[in-house]
Write a protein that binds this ligand. Sequence first.
Ligand code: ATP
Ligand code: MG
Length: 304
Amino acid sequence: FSISMDQFELEDELGKGNYGTVRRVIHKPTKVNMAMKEIRLELEDQKLNAILMELDILHRAVAPEIVEFYGAFFVEGCVYYCMEYMDAGSLDKLQGVGVSEEILARISGAMVRGLKFLKDHLQIMHRDVKPTNVLVNRQGIIKLCDFGVSGQLEKSLAKTNIGCQSYMAPERIQGESINNVGTYSVSSDVWSLGLSIIEVAMGHYPYPPETYANVFAQLTAIVQGDPPTLPDGFSDEACDFVARCLMKEPTRRATYSELLEHSFLVKDEERGKDGVDMVSWVAGAIEWKEKERLKASATADLGL
Ligand code: ATP
Ligand code: MG
């Protein structure tokens, strides 16, 4: 079936990215809550049709670790893309309260299985693995979104600002500076996976804050510096797991199958479905963020 704008009731804004806004919407015919992402493009209709055709393969991206795709359409040069609404938002919004090793392993396992599914069943790489593209719901389920299915769409994105926090692997940064294309393979996603896992554990982007405002310093740190490591308190196993993702030489990085066989994830598997209380962690993280937000606004009100 096909969807169109008049079937939706627009609700609250869920977030803004580099290319547009994501809102919660209600699909009136089915009463289903969805997340609708608006992507602004400047293109003739022909190209838009090519994009919609490419996005169609998303209907085949059905797996427990992948956000469900409901359909896409365009209105006045914008592509609207409707997907499953994840009511706890993205991982970056939940980090800060802290994670135990068990929680971190569960998140990592879901990410690895999701990425492996994309590779094995759709023959695609993600290309944009980072905490804002890992979504969570209040049942504690972790799913990936925003993977690069449409080459045409990617080419048409008017990148307004290069993000201040790069998850790109060193070889991709170097490739881009040389030929603007980048030598890019699945192992580059493995780097971004490792960096995202460390970010969730630390509660903030792993490279030093001095590099947030200076893209050049940040890319230099990624290419020339040592890879980041997990903070204190995590097991040697956990540290080894991320180290295998963050090898600077891409061919030395672990494959998804190797990561799934790693004791860090094998132990997670052994804990079983109900062995880790993800629901309480999500609830606690949301509550903590809300308190932080109230504290910050109280401070602002006092004019401090
Ligand atoms: P970038 O533009 O660099 O990819 P981003 O991933 O943050 O950054 P968007 O993909 O536009 O940008 O998403 C904006 C925000 O909307 C996300 O950070 C996320 O918190 C929220 N979001 C996106 N999709 C959903 C969804 N399906 N359910 C709930 N929240 C979502
Ligand atoms: Mg995103």
